[in-house]
Design a protein around this ligand. Structure first.
Ligand SMILES: Nc1ncnc2c1ncn2[C@@H]1O[C@H](COP(=O)(O)OP(=O)(O)OP(=O)(O)O)[C@@H](O)[C@H]1O
Ligand code: SF4
Ligand SMILES: [Mg+2]
Length: 337
């Protein structure tokens, strides 16, 4: 088995939020278990897709792994080293190997710097290089991300969305990234450009052996890029396994609903019937709703069809993520056949 580049063990990140201006308890704080006992690993050269509806905790996982936010408990192990409690100076050598591609195309690009200066700064942050070496490395980077040399004299505001994304990726490569958390890296781009960025990420993985945690709402792209997929619901991973099995043979009712909305969209596109986007089930569902036992019970069609079995709502019996073979894990008392 290939070595893991990242292991996440029992990760928890709880936020404290004020109860709100109109609450009678407005001075009290509410605990938001944004990430609640999450464990997974990513092997070298592997992509793990992370999906789930808005607010379920995907970005919080990415930020916790990269130490952009302190964790409540649990461990993050990068390339065999427990980085969870490293000080900023101890973490520095790892930081350059672990980078985040943010949804915001401008996040990593200083608008006052020309592209050449952005890349030069990234190349020389850890290494002293001569001008000839810098020029050579920049040429290599441009080739890797397929960007024209003429763009080096531009400011980021003069670039298209796809070009900005390429510069952002080149910048991560320049500092020495081995592992990338890509948080919605294609959502701000036109559909035609999305495919180019997905192909670029695939090529870079093949040529440089990169590993990705790929966060996206676009299940089609997740299927294309990921070797395995984790499905999150309100802070927990409810199903995890090889991408093909998650997409085509899901065992958790939530995963099936998620992917059936994609199948519906595909068939609507094929028949050219306009999509209504929502099927009524997808209202905003967040940590404010009370739950006991399985967090998905209030929306679960299996729970409803089985006449609300007590085990699903028993606080002492919350379903645990269990292995059902071939590394496929599911957290449900009545997994789908
Ligand atoms: N800094 C913060 N302080 C308090 N609560 C936060 C903070 N950041 C996120 N949250 C809450 O944590 C939960 C998870 O948020 P997160 O951004 O991880 O979700 P997400 O799955 O990335 O959503 P999206 O798909 O919309 O990007 C949400 O309920 C959010 O409101
Ligand atoms: S444990 Fe029960 S409520 Fe939860 S997903 Fe499974 S069947 Fe539905
Ligand atoms: Mg997010």
């Amino acid at each position: 088995m290939a070595e893991s580049i990242l292991e996440v063990e029992n990760l928890r990140k709880y936020y404290l939020q004020p109860r709100g201006l109109f609450s009678p308890f407005k001075t009290e704080k509410r605990i938001i278990p944004a990430v609640d006992d999450v464990s997974f690993y990513i092997k070298k050269n592997e992509t793990m897709g992370l999906v789930g509806e808005t607010g379920c905790g995907k970005t919080t996982i990415g930020r916790s792994i990269l130490k952009l936010t302190p964790v409540t408990s649990g461990r993050v192990i990068f390339n065999g080293t427990d980085i969870t409690h490293l000080t900023p100076s101890e973490f520095r050598p790892y930081r350059r190997q672990m980078q985040m591609i943010f949804q915001d195309l401008d996040a990593a690009l200083n608008p006052k710097m020309r592209i050449k200066s952005i890349l030069t700064e990234a190349l020389t942050v850890h290494h002293k290089l001569s001008e000839a070496e810098i020029n050579h490395r920049i040429e290599e980077l441009l080739e890797k991300v397929n960007l024209k040399k003429s763009k080096l004299s531009s400011f980021s505001g003069e670039l298209s969305g796809g070009e900005k994304r390429r510069v952002g990726i080149a910048r991560s490569l320049a500092v020495g990234a081995r592992f990338l958390v890509a948080d919605e890296p294609t959502s701000a781009l036109d559909v035609s450009i999305q495919a180019q960025v997905v192909n670029l990420l695939k090529d870079l993985q093949k040529n440089l052996g990169l590993s990705y945690l790929f966060i996206s709402h676009d299940l089609r792209i997740v299927e294309l890029l990921s070797h395995k997929v984790a499905v999150m619901y309100l802070g927990r991973i409810v199903e995890m396994g090889l991408a093909g099995r998650i997409a085509n043979a899901p065992r958790h009712p939530y995963t099936r609903i998620l992917w059936s909305s994609l199948l519906k969209k595909k068939s609507q596109e094929a028949t050219q019937v306009p999509s209504d986007q929502h099927d009524g089930r997808w209202g905003v569902f967040d940590f404010e709703r009370s739950y006991s036992g399985c967090r998905f019970a209030p929306r679960c069609p299996v729970y409803e069809a089985k006449g609300n079995p007590a085990i699903c709502s028993d606080p002492a019996n919350a379903p645990k993520l269990s292995d059902i073979g071939n590394g496929h894990k599911v957290s449900c008392h009545f997994p789908l056949e």
